[in-house]
Design a protein around this ligand. Sequence first.
Ligand code: HEC
Length: 242
Amino acid sequence: MNLSQRLSRSVVLVLALLLVAGCTEIGNMQEQDKLHKPYSESPNFDVAAPELEPNAVPIGAGFLQEGREDPAFLQADTHFYMGMVEDELAEDFPPNFEITESVLAEGQRQYEGFCSPCHGYSGYGDGVLTQEGLIKPASFHTDDLRSRPVGSLYNTITNGQGNMFSYGGRISPENRWAIVAYMRALQLSEYAELSALSDDMQTAFEAATTDEDAAPASDMDMMGTDAASDMDDAADAESSDE
Ligand code: HEC
């Protein structure tokens, strides 16, 4: 081997070494730092993962952990995230959840997107999918559903129920509460005490109903199931006339 041969050999060697070094420098797919520390801290959670209890779920994932003594592991406000207050279904909306007009509008948007295909736009359980043979869900306009605590509605959305699947992973807690607020509005729209209206509206309502038929209106159940289905019938009759 002469000098130039030796030189070119060492040049090749140096180049090869550089290449190898380059590979690790650039980042070989097999060499991923994060693979070596799967349970390191995440900026999203207060707890480092190794300390999490088995079956622990990220905040807001919305699982109701049954039989747990201490839900504090969720680092969460159980009222807001699970609809539970001291292991009971919450009777009220969470104190940190304010129902404003825009919240209701968002609740309506969410309800119409996620729920109306089965439950119908007005909540009578007559959504389009029920015409395709899907099992008909119960109407929201029954004494049973009207008297459910808000935490129960929130839980049904979060965890599903019977034939209905869960939305805990698909709809944020804020929006689940917004949907509950909108469902309450839907229920009120179909069934409210006359005394809940302002004096002006009560007078207008009484004038309107006593004009039509002599029966005095004692409450505002005019839009209850019967009236609504009468209206549907009338609409059907009208459209079949065409
Ligand atoms: C794919 C159809 C479908 C969709 C979408 C759906 N539901 Fe349901 N829902 C059902 C059925 C079916 C039932 C009856 C469940 C049963 O008892 O088997 C039901 C029941 C309910 C009940 C009554 C539960 C009870 O305790 O009796 C509520 C409240 C409810 N749904 C709310 C919602 C809300 C809010 C949404 C939207 C986030 C929604 N559902 C989306 C099909 C659906």
